[in-house]
Design a protein around this ligand. Structure first.
Ligand SMILES: [Zn+2]
Length: 315
């Protein structure tokens, strides 16, 4: 080692405590946003933290050891699963569309990072032209309205799948729902009831915005939709909750998460959608995939594999 190198190392060592102190006061990670292009559109994945739950009881139709083996093969915990949340912003000229809104201030303490990350990506809520929802589970809709009632996006048009609205806003159905589901119905009303007359419903299959076309992907919820985002030759399928964590459900598409409201229909939808994007080599985004939650689907064994895209510093 040269004397100069030794001096440099000593100097670096001397400054270590100061560096450690500075890091302790900073956020745990860099802001969670990731930008990429789909044709002429700019897509930004926005991270909203995660929710950790026990692995046991997560999958209805598989024994725990099999689920643990799948987690181990992905080098993940065999006791708990981290379900992360990644929404999407699509910028098309001056049009700024948000696809699903995250947990707002209603989720787990490890969630609720969306606004910080959205602002870090250079956006403000006032700029948002429209918000499109895939379905009405709390982790997708609660970001639209804070607990104190404030609407997050004052200038945005709100678009929702008509069958999802019909299911959750049905008074009789809420009255007849089992106790365990009452909270989910109440959450939907908390977010949407005050703006019900302004919410625009779309039929699955409709083009919801220029270059953003909905497709029915029922099963996870009765009106769950996915969205094809296309511009020129660029395509991206926003798969929402067609699968939960890919290490489990892309690998094993016949497994059913407890959150799938109609497990059989969700399973059939999952196979159909994964087969399609694999055959067509369409880039995908899964709401609950590890950040930045995007990649490609390849066939593997009796299921599929999510191949993440290569991170790039240039958009
Ligand atoms: Zn979800």
């Amino acid at each position: 080692m040269t004397a100069a190198a030794a001096t440099a190392i000593a100097a670096a060592g001397a400054s270590l405590p100061a560096v450690a102190l500075a890091q302790a006061a900073a956020p745990a990670q860099a802001p969670g946003f990731y930008r990429y292009k789909v044709g002429d559109m700019t897509v930004t994945a926005i991270q909203d933290g995660f929710f950790r739950r026990p692995l046991e009881g997560f999958i209805r139709n598989a024994e725990l050891p099999a689920v643990q083996a799948a987690m181990a093969s992905a080098f993940l915990s065999t006791s708990a699963v981290e379900i992360s949340f990644t929404t999407m912003v699509v910028q098309n000229g001056s049009q700024i569309t948000v696809l699903d809104t995250g947990n707002g201030d209603s989720g787990a303490p490890t969630s609720g990072l969306w606004m910080r990350n959205f602002r870090a990506a250079g956006y403000t809520p006032e700029q948002v032209t429209r918000v499109i929802f895939s379905h009405f589970h709390g982790d997708h809709i609660n970001g639209l309205r804070l607990k104190d009632g404030t609407l997050t996006f004052p200038n945005a048009e709100i678009l929702v799948p008509a069958p999802e609205w019909a299911f959750w806003m049905d008074e009789a159905r809420m009255g007849a729902a089992p106790e365990a589901m009452r909270g989910a119905f109440a959450a939907v009303r908390r977010v949407f009831a005050p703006i019900a007359s302004n919410v625009k419903q779309f039929q699955p299959g409709a083009e919801v915005a220029p270059g953003i076309t909905s497709t029915a992907a029922f099963g996870h919820t009765p009106g769950h939709c996915v969205f094809m985002i296309s511009s020129g030759t660029g395509k991206l399928m926003f798969m929402a909750d067609t699968t939960n964590h890919p290490a489990l459900f892309v690998r094993n598409p016949d497994w059913s998460a407890v959150f799938d409201m109609d497990a059989d229909v969700a399973r059939a939808t999952r196979r159909r959608m994964l087969d399609m994007v694999a055959a067509e080599k369409t880039q995908v985004h899964f709401y609950h995939a590890p950040f930045p939650a995007t990649g490609f689907i390849a066939k593997a064994g009796n299921g599929f594999e999510l191949i993440p895209v290569q991170w790039t510093s240039s958009v």
